[in-house]
Ligand binder design. Structure first.
Ligand code: ADP
Length: 485
């Protein structure tokens, strides 16, 4: 019985350590808004890089509803016609996309996508190997078009979604600042990503022009805005996590003298690197960070995204096993191996609704080689998954509200005379959202929505819509390639 008690204590400590009460979330919201200001004020002013994207106009596929939106929307859709391409590199899957533009705004964007896993050895190989792989994939994709004889057709225009922090010089050039999400190719850091890609196209004999270099969040925002012009921000929660939003040029203090016709620019926050002392951090997070290839970096991402959640859970189960071998048997080597528990499997345990938690037992056996875990211990494992995922989803929600606060869409400003929060004038506000963790993990999604409602209050939250897009980052990059080519 003492052993169960010890395990119970580990769980209790975890729950306390992962506290995301509304009060604490509001502190995270405020910290996010403050850091956004600081990152816009000066280069290096915050852990939030707040990177310029040079995307100053967003595509619009609907009729224009008012003059304000007209200014911030591109009208290219009426003239751009034909296939546009996108490549997406940024996590587990590499994607090639083709979008067919009809020359007219259209509620449906005809497109094709091909996905394949990034061969793990390329993530730490040389830039030439990586970009040759990318170029070859595009070449094969194009070769499958029609009868295959059209590879020499006119120059093709392409948007490159490259989801790592870049310092952009223009909409079609940018230098890699650092790798994240397990990538590490030292010779790439500091180099122009588009130049590397164009060189690979030359090596493979492809006549393709990179018209736009975009972060995946920017692609998601572009496609979100195409379908709904009230879209002001985009969030990606997959292997990693990040956000971007439409900012007023005059608020980007660190870059005086920027000129854009719209008076705005999309800012890539790189919010994965956000940090605040208000974030509920546990010893498991500290260990995970210390053992990662990028310690002290991407702190917010390490608490939220798909690359890490499973491993936080593994660390808790390991600790419980050390406390009591009665629960999980002797410590297996697998249980001590970082990242053996992938987040989709952790989600499957969390969402196991069989009465005896058969799926949990199976996954614990398959992943950690721990057979016959007692039902009571399986229940504890489900609880651990719940605590870790709930914290992740609620922190992501706080981040979203932080952005809304920064742009005055959280209902805290603009009181129209009355005293009640319900008198606050709120514009309809849409946030595009994408990524495997959000779209495939139901409980994560539910926790995120619940927290948004709690933080904003229902009267405000009803004006805020999360719009999930699929393959939006690639489609959006192709749309941007069309408009900027
Ligand atoms: P990217 O790797 O480019 O971020 P995705 O947006 O598709 O691509 O996200 C994939 C990530 O989403 C996976 O690494 C995994 O962590 C997470 N994921 C995918 N499916 C699930 C699932 N069913 N449950 C929980 N997480 C999932």
């Amino acid at each position: 019985r003492r052993k169960w008690k010890k395990v119970g204590n580990v769980l209790k400590e975890l729950e306390e350590g992962c506290d995301t009460s509304v009060g604490r979330l509001r502190q995270v919201v405020d910290a996010m808004a403050v850091e956004m200001h600081a990152g816009l004020a000066s280069e290096g002013g915050s852990k939030l890089k707040m990177l310029l994207t040079y995307v100053d106009n967003l595509p619009n596929g609907c009729c224009f509803r008012n003059a304000d939106r007209f200014v911030s929307s591109l009208s290219f859709q009426r003239t751009e016609k034909g296939p546009y391409y996108a490549l997406h590199l940024g996590g587990t899957n590499f994607r090639v996309t083709r979008v067919h533009l009809s020359g007219q705004p259209s509620p449906v964007l005809e497109h094709e996508v091909e996905r394949q896993p990034v061969p793990p050895h390329l993530m730490t190989s040389t830039s030439e190997d990586l970009f040759d792989f990318i170029a070859s994939s595009l070449k094969e994709f194009i070769a499958k078009e029609g009868d295959g004889s059209n590879i020499s057709q006119d120059r093709r225009e392409l948007g490159f979604t490259f989801s790592f922090p870049m310092k952009q010089m223009s909409v079609s050039s940018g230098i890699l600042i650092k790798w994240t999400k397990g990538f590490s190719i030292v010779d790439m850091v500091g180099r122009d990503v588009v130049a590397c890609l164009q060189e690979a196209f030359v090596r493979k004999g492809l006549d393709v022009h990179v018209a736009a270099l975009v972060n995946d969040t920017v692609g998601t925002l572009a496609v979100g805005h195409y379908h709904d012009p009230d879209t002001v921000a985009a969030i990606v929660i997959g292997t990693g996590t990040n956000a971007c939003y439409l900012e007023r040029i005059d608020a980007i203090i660190k870059c005086q003298g920027l000129l854009t016709t719209s008076g705005r620019m999309v800012v890539n926050m790189e919010w994965g690197n956000f940090w605040s002392s208000h974030l509920p951090r546990t010893p498991y997070d500290i260990e995970l960070d210390a053992e990662s290839p990028n310690p002290n970096d991407q702190g917010f991402e390490k608490m939220i995204s798909g690359m890490y959640l499973g491993d936080v859970v593994r660390r808790v189960i390991l600790r419980m096993s050390l406390e009591s071998d009665m629960l999980f048997g002797p410590i297996s080597t697998k249980l001590s191996t970082p990242f053996v528990l992938r987040t989709p499997l952790m989600a499957a345990m969390h969402e196991d609704d069989s009465p005896d938690l058969i799926e949990v037992a199976r996954i614990l056996n398959d992943t950690f080689e721990i057979p016959d875990v007692p039902l009571k211990a399986r229940k504890i494992v489900v609880k651990v998954c719940d605590v870790v995922t709930r914290r992740a989803a609620r922190l992501a929600a706080a981040g979203i509200v932080g952005i809304l606060k920064k742009i005055g869409r959280d209902g805290s400003g603009g009181i129209t005379g009355g005293r009640n929060r319900s008198d606050v004038k709120m514009k309809r506000t849409v946030v595009a959202i994408e990524g495997g963790l959000y779209s495939s993990y139901t409980l994560f999604r539910e926790y995120l929505h619940e927290a948004l409602n709690e933080i904003l209050g229902e009267d405000i939250a009803k004006h805020v819509t999360l719009n999930v897009t699929e393959d939006g980052s690639g489609i959006g990059a192709a749309l941007l390639a069309a408009s900027y080519s």
